[in-house]
Design a protein. Structure first.
Length: 319
């Protein structure tokens, strides 16, 4: 791919498109193999999350606050993984690594906005589990449909509104040198490093804000799960404790993966992490985590499996 530039004022050359160099050092056959693997993972992720959305909408047994939030998480995961996985499959499979300046900025915005929305949604989901386990007699009175809808709307509005600052930061950057991004998507670190502008203040603002979102939501989520843990320990039956522990442990596993990768990528001293390390860790966040979510949050649940089996039987009967 040949770099494209426009000649701007004062005889500077302004970059109009970037080249994504992520995993370009791998053998061509290995890149093609990875492209097929990631395409399969992406399709499975989309199908799994779409199935969950359909079941939550169609089956009355799943029309509860918990599955309402899980359905929203599934919808969010489809868009979150699509924001990066489609381009990743294209650059590995076809070698077309170019991306326009506007497309790069749009990808960066949606990636961070959806990620911020997910952090807030995970807090809401942990609150729902806290009420269900620790306040079971008041659960129906607290988690009314109106409250659930308001919480979800607030989650999406918060994520996309708060991250509007990211577009403002990107609009302040000028690019007049190399146009090679050593990553598989338009992350903030490589963009800042390519910019001809003084990015020291912008980097601090971005780092502080993302650290606040990631660590703040993590602390709230862990606080709810800590309360849940104390409630579980006081459950009267061993079977009840075992069931609650099983559910919470699987949720905490995915949270560890999601927040662990986010902390390495964006929180605190992330600017000192090499781009190569970030590219590998980002795969956990953008490919593996969305892939595992449908199985951990829903498809291991007996009620969901029963609803899925009944939906399959009805479909076969109609055919």
């Amino acid at each position: 791919d040949e770099p494209k530039f426009n000649v701007g004022p004062e005889n500077e050359t302004a970059v109009t498109e970037f080249i994504l160099k992520g995993f370009s050092g791998l053998d061509q056959r290995l890149q093609l193999l990875l492209s097929l693997v990631f395409a399969l993972i992406y399709l499975t992720t989309v199908m799994g999350n779409t199935t969950i959305i359909f079941l939550v909408y169609a089956d009355h047994r799943l029309q509860t606050p918990m599955y309402f939030f899980i359905g929203n998480l599934a919808f969010l995961e489809i868009w979150f993984t699509s924001s990066t996985s489609i381009k990743l499959v294209v650059i590995l499979g076809s070698g077309r690594r170019t991306i326009s300046l506007s497309s790069c900025f749009a990808q960066s915005y949606f990636y961070f906005a959806l990620g911020c929305t997910e952090c807030v949604l995970l807090v809401v989901m942990s609150f729902d589990r806290y009420v269900a386990i620790c306040q079971p007699l008041r659960y129906a009175a607290i988690m009314k449909p109106q409250l659930c809808i308001h919480l979800v709307v607030a989650t999406w509005v918060t994520g996309f509104t708060f991250l509007s600052y990211h577009l403002v930061i990107l609009s302040q950057l000028t690019f007049c040198g190399s146009n090679e991004i050593h990553h598989f998507f338009c992350d903030n670190s490589p963009l800042f490093k390519l910019s001809c502008s003084d990015t020291s203040l912008l980097w601090k603002i971005d780092s502080v804000f993302l650290s606040f979102v990631i660590l703040g939501s993590l602390c709230l989520t862990l606080a709810f799960y800590l309360c849940i843990l104390f409630c579980i320990l006081h459950l009267p039956t061993a079977s009840g404790r075992k069931k609650a522990f099983s559910v919470c442990s699987s949720h905490l596993t995915t949270l560890a993966m999601a927040y662990g990768s986010c902390i390495v990528l964006y929180a605190c001293l992330s600017e000192y992490v090499s781009l190569e390390t970030k590219s590998i860790v980002a795969l956990l966040n953008t490919v593996l985590y969305p892939f595992l979510n449908p199985f951990i949050y829903s498809l291991r649940n007996k009620t969901v499996i029963l609803a899925l089996n009944e939906a399959i039987r009805r479909t076969r009967a109609q055919l």
